[in-house]
Design a protein around this ligand. Structure first.
Ligand code: ZN
Length: 443
């Protein structure tokens, strides 16, 4: 009996001892992995001035150190050797190869990061990653293959060009705006960009910027014969009848206490600016190829009521209350006339938006989009593929519209441009498609 009791005791003791020991080993061995290493950019190519950002993470033990070494022809050079104090789960480090004395060509990059665990006699767990890299000091060579026709303020043009190597980024920079180019299946980049209506002729100096995978940049002036275009002046009388009729719309957009007139002016300014910012955002949702062909379809049997670029003065009871530029083409047909898609594309917006009321935007690719506003009904939805002539809604008076009409717009990367050009098959052929096709055929 006694023996059995003692055995039970010792089994229990051994089990407990093993458990304690196991827990100790578990604590000691808990973190067997070294830190994660993420390098940005990570393209396999690097220029000496390119800064590389490292993110090192080890949630269990924290990151203690990082070493960056370059190997070439059996020679090694330590570029970065950092011990972090204090230790943290995530550490950032950056380096470049300015002082590495490397010449163009292949080399090996080795990065070792250690955590703060007790492994390896207190040195911590190490992670070592190696990259086969190319040092590249040469900026990409860019050849513009299309001539740029005369371009008038408010309109759009397009250029075609080739780049000598893969590009991380390429397109036209104009002031603070950047208009990306898209690589076409024929190996040529197409870049569409506007001469924005609000850019004075003297300030219009487009520059083609291309950055390769190593971070080298080339800049080329795009020589454009830029011309002025005169725009009309127009006076709009805002009647009390109009203000009363729009009260519900105004209250929804400006819920604060204000008169309808105050609300109207604020909508025409604050809401307009917010809506234009939204157009820039929508402009980024564009296909990398041209989805459209031929002239854009105009609202059938319609009369032009106002034009793109009209300098509008708003009057109320003989007093000037506001000034704005009209950024589309107002086309009036019968009330609730069916609105056809102007060209093939994909619907990227289909809901009410501020001054525009019920708004549809169709993307045609490479930054080109068409805009249909003030509609009484929307007969399409985001993501729908449409063909030229498909009915996408009915004209109406939603948003800031007075009478039933279609406010039709053309956008280039979200910037409102001259729509009339795009109704003109000859203008499209002469200034856009023929030049792009010729540039592609030369290659
Ligand atoms: Zn309009």
């Amino acid at each position: 009996m006694g023996r059995i009791i003692r055995n039970t005791f010792s089994y229990g003791f051994v089990t407990l001892l093993l458990a304690v020991l196991g827990f100790g080993i578990y604590l000691f061995l808990d973190d067997l992995d070294g830190p994660d290493i993420v390098m940005v950019p990570d393209t396999g190519r690097i220029s000496p001035n390119q800064n590389i950002e490292l993110t090192l993470s080890d949630p269990k033990s924290g990151v203690r150190s990082v070493t960056v070494t370059v190997h070439r022809n059996n020679q090694s050079l330590v570029i970065l050797d950092t011990v972090f104090n204090p230790v943290a789960p995530t550490q950032k480090a950056s380096f470049n190869l300015k002082n590495a004395g490397l010449r163009d060509g292949a080399f090996e990059l080795e990065i070792t990061a250690r955590d703060d665990s007790l492994m390896s006699f207190g040195k911590g767990n190490g992670t070592t990653r190696k990259w086969n890299m190319q040092l590249d000091t040469q900026p990409p060579k860019v050849r513009i293959k299309s001539t740029v026709p005369a371009l008038r303020r408010g309109s759009v043009t397009a250029i075609a060009y080739t780049v000598s190597e893969d590009a991380a980024m390429t397109g036209v920079k104009l002031g603070d705006s950047f208009f990306p180019a898209f690589l076409q299946p024929n190996g040529v980049y197409y870049c569409f960009f506007p001469f924005p209506l609000d850019t004075p002729k003297g300030a219009f100096s487009p520059e083609l910027i291309t950055r390769d995978l190593a971070g080298n940049e080339s800049r080329n002036r795009v020589l454009v014969n830029a011309g002025e275009r005169a725009y009309r002046k127009d006076t709009l009388n805002i009647s009390d009848r109009f203000l009363d009729a729009k009260e519900d719309v105004f209250k929804e957009l400006i819920p604060d206490d204000a008169s309808n007139l105050e609300r109207y002016v604020r909508i025409n300014n604050e809401v307009r600016i917010a809506n234009e910012r939204k157009l820039l955002e929508i402009g980024k949702q564009t296909a990398p190829t041209m989805l459209w062909s031929g002239a854009f379809k105009r609202l059938p049997r319609s009369a032009s009521k106002a034009s793109f670029g009209d300098q509008r003065t708003y009057m109320h009871n003989g007093v000037k209350i506001d000034e704005q530029t009209h950024m589309g083409q107002d086309l009036a047909s019968v009330a609730h006339a069916p609105v056809p898609a102007a060209n093939d594309g994909k619907v990227v917006f289909a809901e009410p938006l501020g001054i525009f009321g019920n708004l549809v935007i169709i993307d045609h690719g490479l930054g080109l989009q068409s805009l249909y506003s003030h509609m009484s009904e929307i007969h399409t939805s985001v993501g729908a593929t449409v063909k030229k002539d498909d009915v996408i809604g009915l004209t109406g008076t939603t948003g800031l519209a007075g009478g039933d009409h279609l406010h039709f717009g053309i956008l280039m990367h979200g910037i409102q441009v001259q729509p009339l050009d795009w109704f003109d098959a000859k203008w499209i052929k002469n200034t856009i498609t023929d030049r792009l096709e010729a540039a592609g055929a030369q290659r």
